[in-house]
Design a protein around this ligand. Structure first.
Ligand SMILES: Cc1cc2nc3c(=O)[nH]c(=O)nc-3n(C[C@H](O)[C@H](O)[C@H](O)COP(=O)(O)O)c2cc1C
Length: 208
């Protein structure tokens, strides 16, 4: 697929087939990630692959508490969301947070070296390493779409982040931006209606 087609094909998928991603494909995706630009030139990224299903589920059981449809509606209302497509996306997504991580063919925890406290940046540059790893993650998602693999990112809640670091022996200097769940879409996989943006309204010539 041409790059531009893969970019347009990428979409978030939370329902997966029970089909493994061959190792060579997985390596191709991670190699694509490693080609992303990095602020200090060093690409200080590591990838924890949570492959063993039993261990993964044991880990997730310590982190996430599944939320049902009623709980999801409560959350969406508490957030005051009005846009119908946005509400539909969250209504589909919130109850799937546990299952999507458990059922994905591959669950990756990207990690990046964060030299200063991530949650108390003083300047934008303090967030350079965080920004860089997200470029890496997007490369992975686009390369994945190119070979029919799709997925979803989940930002760990604050207590999940701390527990993950402890349970998986992640060095103190490293941070986890997200869970990255990848797999082949289930036959009946849902995908949210993407917001259509009119580019002409977003382009500002010479000044806003
Ligand atoms: C920074 C970021 C955080 C996200 N967090 C979550 C999340 O915690 N759980 C989830 O199911 N999806 C999450 N998503 C996926 C978004 O819901 C999804 O990208 C969005 O609805 C647009 O849909 P699309 O990816 O199909 O275009 C996240 C996406 C981004 C970029």
């Amino acid at each position: 697929m041409e790059t531009i087609k893969a970019i347009h094909a990428r979409k978030t998928i939370r329902d997966f087939q029970d089909q493994v991603i061959p190792v060579d494909i997985l390596e191709t995706l991670l190699q694509a990630g490693l080609k992303a630009p990095s602020n200090n030139h060093m690409r200080e990224w590591e990838f924890i692959l949570l492959q063993d299903r039993q261990k993964r589920i044991a880990l997730l059981d310590q982190l996430l508490h599944p939320v049902g449809e009623k709980g999801a509606l409560d959350i969406i209302d508490r957030w005051g969301l009005k846009d119908e497509d946005q509400r539909a996306m969250y209504l589909d997504a919130i109850p799937k947070q546990y299952a999507m991580l458990a059922q994905a063919a591959c669950l990756i925890l990207p990690c990046f070296n964060q030299p200063s406290p991530l949650l108390s940046p003083k300047t934008l540059s303090d967030l350079n390493a965080f920004a860089s790893i997200w470029m890496c993650i997007e490369n992975i998602l686009i390369a994945a779409a190119d070979v029919g693999v799709f997925g979803v990112v989940r930002i760990p809640m604050e207590d999940e982040r701390e527990k993950l670091k402890e349970l998986l022996n992640i060095p103190a200097a490293y941070e986890i931006p997200c869970f990255l769940a990848l797999g082949y879409p289930a036959d009946d996989a849902r995908s949210a209606k993407q917001v259509q943006i009119n580019l002409q309204e977003k382009m500002h010539l010479d000044q806003w």
